[in-house]
Design a protein around this ligand. Structure first.
Ligand code: FE2
Length: 186
């Protein structure tokens, strides 16, 4: 019954048309230091981020900045009083061994262009703040855009390591749908 209410394209868009090999990121991840991520409400999360500027000169990051050049990706620290803040680009690593990520919508970014780097990893979607899991999406080696600013999501507790590269994206979901259609023409 839940399945009928799961409208995939309102929650996420898989960009299978764009080539992506997680190895291209994994080969340099170990060189970077991460810092604990505090959310916009000043709460600790089981996540660590790396905002190092030298990530931006990695050829693979440059490549994807070009692929997504028509998207509203804002590079540089954004205001996030009480928390770590957003950055525009990041490596993000999680240790969900003790705690998952509570359901939330992203406070400061409408969408997230997500490059999953470790597998298995998954994300849960909820219809509302109080609803159970509507759907659990299992990541594949495919770039996705997440409607993270409008759709409630969470991550279940897991012993699996979890690593992603992300761009923060400030387009509306309607704009993103249009922009991704144009991407398929590349
Ligand atoms: Fe989120």
């Amino acid at each position: 019954m839940y399945k009928d209410r799961w409208n995939n394209s309102e929650f996420l868009i898989e960009l299978s048309q764009i080539q992506f090999n997680p190895e291209d990121f994994l080969r340099f991840v170990d060189r970077y230091e991460f810092k604990h991520y505090i959310n916009a409400y000043g709460k600790s999360t089981p996540q660590e981020v790396c905002y190092n500027r030298s990530l931006l000169v990695q050829p693979i990051v440059q490549h994807y900045l070009d692929v997504f050049k028509d998207f509203d990706i804002r590079l540089g620290q954004s205001d996030h009083p009480g928390g770590t803040g957003l950055n525009g680009w990041q490596l993000i690593r999680s240790d969900m061994t003790e705690n998952g990520l509570a359901r939330h919508i992203d406070a400061k970014r409408p969408a997230c262009i997500t490059f999953p780097l470790t597998f298995p990893q998954s994300i849960n979607f909820h219809e509302s703040k109080d609803s159970d899991i509507l759907y659990t999406y299992e990541y594949k080696p495919v770039i996705i855009i997440l409607n993270s600013g409008s759709k409630w999501h969470s991550v279940s507790q897991t012993a699996e390591p979890r690593l992603q590269f992300q761009f923060d994206c400030y387009n509306s979901w309607e704009e993103i749908k249009e922009l991704t259609e144009n991407l398929s023409l590349i």
